[in-house]
Design a protein around this ligand. Structure first.
Ligand code: HEC
Ligand code: HEC
Length: 193
């Protein structure tokens, strides 16, 4: 009986030792693999959103822009469209998606300076770079017409946009609860009923 117990303890400790050694080797191998990969050409996949740290857009600070342009929808960050698109929008305020917008020349000048300086092509945010890349030569008047933005939402059921709480893809704040902060991470999305 005593011998038997000793035999079992011996067998268990032999097993533990072997598995520890095996594990150490396995870890070493994994480490080396990872290390070699990183050491290689330091390739970073810029299209992988997991890598996007400086992805937040600057929250809107310009008071005139806020007062004039955030009455019917939230104040879209200038970095969501290139300046040429913003100018196109500002040049057609008498028929702004079916609405007539009244603003005096000085206000328009202030808004256009703000939007131009901060337009997508002048932004260092990776999202803006993706927007610019996806646009090519297109000059859309809508953020919701940008191929990159359309692509990000193409899997959503069209019925969602018919909900009164949503209305259209232009209504970013309906689903992106942090949109006003310039944060459009897919973790911060809540689609309203
Ligand atoms: C009187 C209401 C009103 C005001 C004020 C207003 N807008 Fe709009 N805007 C609209 C409507 C309506 C739409 C279309 C929304 C939709 O299709 O769901 C729109 C859409 C837009 C879009 C396109 C959104 C998209 O991606 O589809 C942009 C860009 C825009 N507005 C910019 C501005 C700017 C810049 C100003 C200030 C100069 C402004 N808006 C002021 C009513 C307004
Ligand atoms: C009906 C709800 C809804 C509306 C409205 C909406 N989005 Fe989204 N958006 C989503 C969902 C859901 C995702 C995540 C898709 C996924 O998981 O890939 C997303 C993803 C995104 C992404 C990519 C996020 C990432 O980390 O990959 C961006 C950028 C974005 N939206 C911007 C916008 C902008 C700008 C607007 C307004 C012009 C807008 N969205 C309007 C629901 C919405």
């Amino acid at each position: 009986m005593k011998n038997c117990a000793r035999y079992i303890i011996c067998a268990i400790s032999l097993f533990l030792t072997l598995s520890l050694i095996f594990d150490a080797f396995a870890d070493d191998d994994r480490y080396r693999k990872r290390h070699r990969y990183r050491g290689g050409s330091e390739k970073i996949d810029f299209d992988n959103d997991d890598n996007d740290r400086n992805d937040y857009l600057k929250p809107v600070t310009n008071q005139t822009y806020k007062e004039t342009c955030a009455e019917c929808h939230f104040a879209y960050q200038p970095e969501l469209l290139p300046s040429v698109s913003w100018l196109k929008v500002l040049n057609q305020l008498d028929d702004h998606f079916g609405e007539e917008i009244e603003a005096d020349k000085d206000m328009i000048k202030t808004i256009s300076d703000y939007l131009k300086t901060n337009g997508a092509e002048n932004s260092s945010a990776k999202r803006s770079k993706k927007i610019m890349r996806s646009l090519g030569n297109q000059v859309p008047m809508r953020i919701s017409d940008i191929p990159y933005i359309r692509e990000k939402h193409h899997e959503l059921d069209p019925a969602i946009f018919k909900r009164e709480s949503v209305g259209s893809l232009a209504n970013c704040t309906a689903c992106h609860i942090t949109a006003e902060k310039g944060i459009y991470d897919d973790d911060d999305v809540k689609i309203p009923k």
